[in-house]
Write a protein that binds this ligand. Structure first.
Ligand code: HEC
Ligand code: HEC
Length: 399
């Protein structure tokens, strides 16, 4: 009997301190009517509801591309290597800036000769954990994906695998680095396939654990009360029917405009890949990790406002109008997904190999002589301009 009394007394104390704490996080004056979203906080989020999510792994494994320190070192250099582009100025890091959460902050990216593609650059952080790559999922993994931008005329713009191999073979330190990373290949280590494997191995380390992961691990105080309410709202509103798992997305495709037609319908999505009508406007459900930092949002970068993006999602994917405290709580929850790569050295630009002593080895007529290309190429992609008038004219998306 005494035991029961103690239990009841304790739960009163706990519930009391919980609601006090939630009021504090909302910063509402004591005489104001309690916010309904906050009032339910004493129910807090049932940890049973959290099984729909999951903590991030240490890195994303691959059976066919096991990691090694030599491969990682090479992959990191290649990620920053602008000599693998027609202009000599673009690297993966131009559009997926590692120190900027793996994005360039542009609606769509200026590539070769400043020409803009029609899709937004998604982040390379945690991308290796997606079930497929690209907005339309046209490549299976980060290794296969890495070859795309190199040969894309609007991006790095090289001609073919042979050209990639020729450029790399002419730089002695790369030849040595490929041999160290792929010892089984002997003298044939410098290949386009191995380029892709090295870059892929590097990307598999770009994992960004966040306060949210600490919370999932059982540390209740890792995130604010508002973020916990937001997590529950995120589930109850229905966002998790699509954004679930450790990445909160990246597990399958879904139609954009499922409940209500999407305002911009130019991009056919997965239909572009399969030709099937049933794939019209189907896109990969993106991960929401670091979402606070990776705007502009959506495949065409249509908005730079996270709360606008969340409202659009609720309206068009779920038929719900989100506003006020509920919307704010979901944003607070999404902010708890902002994390960092634990090993900060991975994010710093490496020292790139010097050019070959004999530049004529690479000087083809259509290539710039290697010695003209600055060794440390600064990222050429400008930050999002402060106002629209400063922005370069974007190329309208192709129908
Ligand atoms: C000119 C800008 C640009 C450059 C340079 C570039 N990318 Fe991308 N990247 C993009 C865009 C745009 C997309 C999305 C295209 C699409 O989905 O059709 C993308 C998609 C990706 C994805 C898929 C992510 C996801 O969520 O599906 C990965 C991974 C990636 N790039 C890695 C790389 C690597 C590695 C390099 C260097 C070899 C590179 N990118 C070079 C612009 C660029
Ligand atoms: C029916 C599936 C579905 C539901 C439900 C859904 N989403 Fe999405 N979400 C998607 C798809 C698909 C995209 C990719 C859109 C595109 O290609 O432009 C996306 C994109 C996003 C983006 C932009 C991501 C980026 O990197 O640009 C955010 C933010 C987002 N969703 C948040 C939410 C929130 C919050 C909810 C709940 C209110 C929600 N979503 C509900 C399928 C869904």
């Amino acid at each position: 009997m005494y035991k029961l009394f103690r239990l009841v007394a304790w739960s009163v104390v706990i519930t009391g301190s919980l609601s006090a704490c939630s009021k504090k996080s909302q910063k509402s004056p004591p005489d104001q009517k309690p916010d309904p979203a906050v009032a339910t906080a004493s129910k807090e989020i049932d940890r049973k509801m959290l099984s729909i999510f999951g903590q991030l792994p240490k890195h994303f494994d691959s059976k066919t591309n096991p990691p090694s320190p030599a491969k990682l070192r090479l992959g990191k250099m290649l990620y920053h290597e602008a000599r693998l582009s027609r202009s000599g100025t673009l690297s993966c890091n131009s559009c997926h800036v590692l120190t900027e959460y793996g994005v360039d902050g542009e609606p769509t990216s200026p590539g070769h000769a400043g020409a803009r593609g029609d899709r937004n650059s998604p982040t390379t952080m945690n991308a290796a954990g997606h079930f497929r790559q690209f907005w339309d999922g046209r490549e299976p993994d980060v290794e296969a994906q890495a070859k795309g931008p190199i040969l894309n005329p609007g991006e790095h713009g090289l001609k073919d695998a042979a050209e990639v191999e020729k450029i790399l073979s002419a730089i002695p330190d790369y030849v040595a680095a490929f041999k160290a990373a792929f010892p089984e290949a002997g003298d044939n280590a410098v290949t386009f396939d191995n380029f892709a494997k090295a870059v892929g191995a590097f990307e598999r380390k770009l994992v960004t654990p966040a306060p949210w992961d600490d919370f999932l691990a059982g540390r209740d105080k890792a995130i604010s009360m508002e973020a916990k309410i937001g997590a529950r709202n995120f589930i109850e509103v229905g966002c998790t029917t699509c954004h679930s798992g450790p990445l909160l997305g990246g597990t399958r495709y879904q139609k954009l405009g499922l409940v209500k037609a999407w305002p911009r319908a130019e991009d056919p999505g997965r239909k572009k890949v399969t030709g099937k009508d049933s794939d019209l406007h189907m896109f990969k459900i993106p991960s929401l990790r670091n979402i606070e930092k990776t705007g502009p949002y959506f495949h065409d970068g249509q908005t730079n406002s996270l709360s606008e993006a969340v409202k659009l999602m609720a309206r068009h994917q779920l038929g719900v109008e989100l506003k006020g405290a509920k919307l704010a709580s979901i944003i607070a929850f999404l902010r708890s997904l902002t994390g960092t790569v634990r090993d900060k050295k991975l994010l710093q630009p490496p020292k790139l190999p010097d050019d070959a002593p004999a530049p004529e080895a690479v000087a083809q007529d259509e290539l710039k002589p290697a010695k003209l290309i600055p060794k440390k190429v600064k990222d050429v992609v400008p930050k999002a301009p402060p106002n629209k008038d400063d922005a370069p004219e974007p190329v309208p998306p192709q129908p």
